[in-house]
Design a protein around this ligand. Structure first.
Ligand code: ADP
Ligand code: ADP
Length: 233
């Protein structure tokens, strides 16, 4: 079965003469457990696609099916719950809360969902260990390096065992060694918990960690590569 599937996706921003066609007839299937890279030049529609796959934005036309459920049939409330229960988001600029510690930032999705943080005590320990931040759990974001902040963001994305991890340029502002470590972490988590990763990147080295790269140009899928090699991208 597929974790996420799209059929005939179109997205138009604006109207009339200023309308921008960001996605044009995109049909893709991401099988359970796949690590997919979404690539393409700036403005090709990568972020728009990721936002629609993550139910953060709606298509103008076409269907999005997550775990067998068609999203157009869900209310905004149901979409919010689907995101919280099934998805973990990792963005380039981390979006950490500056006044909270690393541990509190990791727990944020639990608190937002109204769950008792005590029930997640072991999970937090396990995740901080996985991302190598056990010794820095009480540090605030401004006391952490960029790579450490990104690792906090990854732990936060994973805390509620999402089926699907959506990452937008997760290594975009990291040096190459830290970026490679972050990708290893994502892959390890995905393998351990059978998660699907959908990652937007323009970095061929990041994409080479994936099982499949999908290339967009002007809102269309123009190519795909299995086990992409950085020299071929
Ligand atoms: P990428 O992530 O590949 O850089 P985007 O998905 O951000 O591409 O953008 C695709 C196209 O849609 C671009 O032409 C961009 O200018 C346009 N676009 C993106 N977001 C908006 C928006 N909120 N309003 C209007 N146009 C947008
Ligand atoms: P609410 O409806 O309670 O305001 P949202 O719809 O804003 O919640 O977000 C629901 C979930 O989707 C969040 O808990 C978060 O995991 C994810 N999410 C939405 N937007 C973002 C974002 N910009 N950055 C990170 N995560 C986001």
């Amino acid at each position: 079965p597929n974790a996420v599937e799209t059929v005939g996706l179109r997205k138009v921003y604006g109207e009339g003469s200023t309308a921008v066609r960001a996605l044009d007839d995109v049909s893709l299937a991401f099988p359970n457990g796949e690590f997919a890279a979404i690539m393409g030049p700036s403005g090709s529609g990568k972020s728009t696609l990721l936002h629609i796959l993550g139910a953060l934005d709606k298509p103008s036309e076409g269907r999005v099916i997550v775990g067998g459920t068609e999203l157009s049939g869900l209310s905004d409330r149901e979409l919010t719950l689907l995101r919280r229960r099934r998805m973990g988001f990792v963005f380039q600029f981390f979006n950490l809360i500056p006044t909270l510690s690393a541990e509190e930032n990791v727990l944020l999705p639990v608190l937002i969902s109204g769950k008792k943080p005590g029930k997640y005590a072991r999970r937090v320990d396990e995740l901080l260990d996985l991302v190598g931040l056990t010794g820095r759990r009480d540090h605030r974001p401004d006391e952490l390096s960029g790579g450490e902040q990104q690792r906090v963001a990854i732990a936060r994305a994973l805390i509620r065992f999402p089926d699907i991890i959506l990452a937008d340029e997760p290594t975009g502002n990291l040096d190459s060694r830290t970026g490679a470590e972050v990708l290893v972490l994502l892959k390890e988590s995905a393998a351990r918990y059978d998660q699907t990763i959908l990652m937007v990147t323009h970095d061929p080295r990041a994409a080479s960690a994936s099982d499949r790269a999908v290339f967009l140009s002007d809102g269309r899928v123009v190519d795909e590569a299995r086990d992409p090699n950085p020299d071929d991208i």
